[in-house]
Design a protein around this ligand. Structure first.
Ligand SMILES: [Zn+2]
Length: 310
């Protein structure tokens, strides 16, 4: 049975990574970057793993081809393009450019390097990277919660398009995340009901250790979490944070994930509190898949339908 369009992955298998369908045409990823036709066939295969199109709105598999590349659903009459309603529909890139961007993203190139190599504008690259990061979040086990109101990521989405903008965030709305290590995996959770304000309160009144580096604030171990953290902004009372002689648990633990994360958070430079969850889930994804080739996974994520969150 075909999954409901826009269904979120994972639900009943908590804490298990989502391994997407691998298309028949995968072959040599690098060869796809040089051939638009091959690249497009590869992406279509990811969008329609069963080999034939289906309606992105109702899931019906009887569709008619119209002029151009348009298709129409026989059931709900929705007219769509092959990539309508999918993450990859955000951004004016050709199929080969998308795959080129994915390859550079895998290699952790800077936006500047990507724009040079692909011959695209900064804005085009930046927007397409945002779509990649949203696609990663949408495939996390806790996607529904992360794409909702509590993180503020919902403000970027209008229906299935990334056309919105960030919402103002203050001490009482900046969300808090928790880092949880299980064997070789890391899980970065949204901590429901916690905001930056909660951590300042715990710091002042219950001596929870807070460490600040730039706009990144993290804590000592808290319940099952190795640390809680948030990305702040200039409106926060950083001056009330006390200094400590002893490092917090996560700095002292010698854990492999934390230096991996800190190095990249520094490299991301100028992360806003609004976009912070996108970067956190990227780190989670990269770390948990550090032994796997991720280019094809990312291409599959991009070709997935944007989940319906209503
Ligand atoms: Zn339909």
């Amino acid at each position: 049975m075909r999954p409901r369009p826009g269904a979120l992955a994972g639900g009943e298998h908590p804490r298990r990574p989502v391994v997407p369908h691998t298309p028949k045409a995968a072959g040599d990823f690098a060869a796809l970057l040089r051939d638009e036709k091959l690249a497009r066939a590869f992406l279509l295969d990811l969008a329609w793993p069963a080999g034939s199109p289906f309606c992105p709105r109702c899931g019906h598999s009887k569709v008619y081809a119209l002029s151009g590349e348009r298709l129409r659903c026989a059931d709900c009459k929705y007219t769509f393009h092959p990539f309508s309603g999918r993450w990859i529909n955000n951004g004016a890139l050709s199929a080969a450019e998308w795959l080129g961007l994915v390859a550079l993203f895998v290699d952790e190139c800077s936006v500047h390097q990507m724009k040079e190599r692909l011959g695209l504008s900064y804005n085009t690259v930046y927007k397409a990277l945002t779509a990649i990061r949203f696609a990663i979040v949408a495939h996390a086990i806790d996607a529904r919660q992360l794409l909702g109101e509590a993180t503020g990521l919902d403000s970027y989405l209008k229906g299935n398009r990334l056309t919105g903008g960030p919402r103002d965030m203050r001490m009482d709305t900046i969300p808090v995340y928790g880092i949880l290590r299980r064997d070789a995996m890391v899980f970065i959770d949204l901590v429901p009901g916690f905001q930056a304000e909660t951590l300042f309160h715990f710091h002042m009144n219950f001596h929870l250790k807070l460490i600040r580096t730039g706009n990144l604030v993290y804590t000592d171990r808290y319940k099952e979490y190795d640390a809680l953290l948030f990305c702040g902004n200039d409106s926060l009372p950083y001056e009330i944070i006390r200094r400590y002689d002893e490092p917090p648990h996560i700095d002292a633990s010698g854990d492999e994930f934390w230096p991996f994360a800190l190095e990249r958070i520094r490299r991301f430079r100028g992360i806003s509190c609004q976009r912070f969850p996108l970067y956190l889930k990227e780190l989670e994804f990269r770390f948990n898949n550090r032994e796997r080739p991720i280019a094809e996974m990312l291409a599959a994520y991009l070709c997935a339908l944007v989940p319906q969150l209503d």
